[in-house]
Design a binder for this molecule. Structure first.
Ligand code: URA
Length: 276
């Protein structure tokens, strides 16, 4: 059963392919947007889920397998596609599987002591777009999946607004794989201890485009300490991979006035993905 955000992404993509211009309001106040999206979905003809391994849409051209970590796993550990010879049916990359195993067993910092689950990733490791967030929160720690709380719901809607879906067309992970207690900010030594996992994910998933959400991911990927408001609006390069940065969805929930800026960032992201 696909989620409303996934169905919406597929529906919006169909409309876009049929030549319909942008259908997303300038402001996406979550409650209002959800209501408007629900009514669109109710009015939309039902759309079949994309074929497993098929090209769902522009954002997911490298297959459509879904990955989840931990006991809430929704499917098998998938292979990141790294060359044309790797098909959706190829066996999982030993390197990627090994990296994930390393993460699940990691005790390199204090966060391992209080965690319930290591939150490695979600989405499609064969996707063109990798999204990097900050760190798991309570729900993520409980489920083993990134961005499943309120901020995650908003992220799914934001992605759907540009016809991307977590299931098919993005790979999602965080700077930190374990929850900081009380959702405090990540500490520098925790970021340092976790960095090799994120570096490994970027190398093995080999995305065509990166999107950093929030200042911790944006600063780590740009190698700066500038505030997000000063970083956004430009295209960076992380080891040759184009990088766009935007606000964290949790920050958007607290500051709805930034929605318009986030929308602008998404338009920039779409242009970068079109060119990549
Ligand atoms: N915020 C993040 O940055 N990541 C998550 O996984 C959840 C909330």
């Amino acid at each position: 059963m696909s989620s409303p955000a996934h169905r919406l992404a597929v529906y919006l993509d169909q409309r876009r392919r049929m030549g319909e211009p942008g259908v997303v309001p300038d402001q996406f106040e979550p409650g209002e947007l959800l209501a408007s999206l629900k009514s669109r979905l109710a009015a939309a003809p039902s759309v079949p889920a994309p074929r497993r391994g098929g090209r769902a849409h522009a954002g997911g051209r490298r297959g459509s397998r879904t990955e989840a970590a931990g006991p809430a796993s929704r499917g098998p550990v998938p292979p990141p596609s790294r060359s044309p010879s790797i098909t959706p049916d190829s066996p999982p990359s030993p390197d990627y599987a090994a990296l994930r195993e390393t993460a699940l067993a990691c005790v390199r910092c204090r966060l391992s002591e209080g965690r319930r689950h290591v939150v490695f990733s979600d989405g499609n490791p064969a996707a063109r777009l990798m999204i990097v967030g900050e760190a798991p929160g309570a729900r993520e720690d409980a489920t083993g999946l990134p961005f499943v709380g309120q901020a995650g719901k908003l992220l799914d809607l934001i992605l759907a607004s540009v016809s991307l879906s977590r299931r098919d067309s993005v790979y999602i992970c965080n700077v930190l794989k374990c929850r900081p207690p009380g959702n405090r900010n990540p500490l520098p030594d925790e970021i340092e201890a976790c960095a090799r996992l994120l570096k490994g994910q970027i190398e093995l998933v080999a995305p065509e485009v990166l999107l950093a959400v929030g200042s911790f991911a944006a600063q780590w990927l740009t190698g700066t300490t500038r505030p997000l408001g000063k970083l956004r609006g430009k295209v960076y390069s992380y080891q040759g991979v184009p990088l766009v940065v935007t606000y964290h969805p949790a920050a958007l929930l607290r500051n709805p006035g930034w929605n318009r800026l986030c929308w602008d960032d998404l338009q920039l992201l779409c242009r970068v993905m079109d060119e990549a």
